[in-house]
Design a protein around this ligand. Structure first.
Ligand code: FNR
Length: 184
């Protein structure tokens, strides 16, 4: 059966570099895997007062069901002020509740951060990883994916350049091996 890999993109920008990076990763998934770009920009801010079966916002329920159905989760995000964009943190929080019913639990994860800056969103990468430890998302350790100077890694066609695609391929292969071992 086809396995579904969910992509969660921390940028809402139409021309986002991180979106381009996520699309590049999706294009490298091997046969038998399908990519799902999960919508996170319509999730109301997490508020525990709304957490009843009658009141939970429809978008929360849709999101939770979508994540439950995934075999793996890939986070691709910019760094905002040495941390992560609020929209992505909100998605992590929404998926983590109600207490004891987190939809993230045990799903193999991958964290990728891209920035026009030289350190490739290192800070954001580890802030995502910090939440994933608590959420019990086993996450690929190596190779790490800090994609610096991203503006120089996109060609005129808007696609990631070949040399970088080779690096992305190494990461995707390691992630799929990792996922297969965990889900055997
Ligand atoms: C940024 N940017 C940024 N870059 C970085 O490397 N470290 C940082 O801490 C920040 N902080 C930051 C805060 C805010 C509010 C914005 C809007 C931007 C720059 C950021 O990496 C750049 O705008 C990227 O192009 C954003 O990613 P997308 O939208 O291209 O995917």
């Amino acid at each position: 059966m086809t396995k579904k890999i969910g992509f969660f993109i921390g940028s809402l920008r139409e021309d986002s570099y991180n979106k381009k990076v996520a699309e590049a990763f999706a294009s490298l998934l091997p046969e038998g895997y399908e990519s799902v770009f999960v919508k996170i920009d319509d999730l109301p801010f997490y508020n525990e007062d709304l957490e009843t079966p009658e009141n939970a916002p429809e978008a929360w329920t849709r999101f939770r069901n979508e994540v439950k159905d995934l075999d793996g989760v890939i986070f691709v995000s910019p760094e905002y002020n040495r941390s992560i964009p609020a929209v992505l943190k909100n998605a992590l929080d929404v998926g983590s509740r109600p207490y004891g019913q987190s939809v993230w639990d045990t799903k193999p994860g991958l964290v990728v951060t891209a920035s026009p800056g030289g350190i490739g969103g290192f800070g954001a990468n580890h802030i995502i990883r910090q939440s994933l430890v608590f959420l019990n998302v086993p996450t690929l350790q190596q190779p790490e994916a800090y994609i610096g100077n991203i503006a120089n890694l996109v060609g005129e066609d808007g696609k990631i350049i070949d040399g970088t695609m080779k690096f992305f391929e190494t990461i995707v292969n390691a992630y799929i091996d990792f996922l297969e071992k965990l889900t055997k």
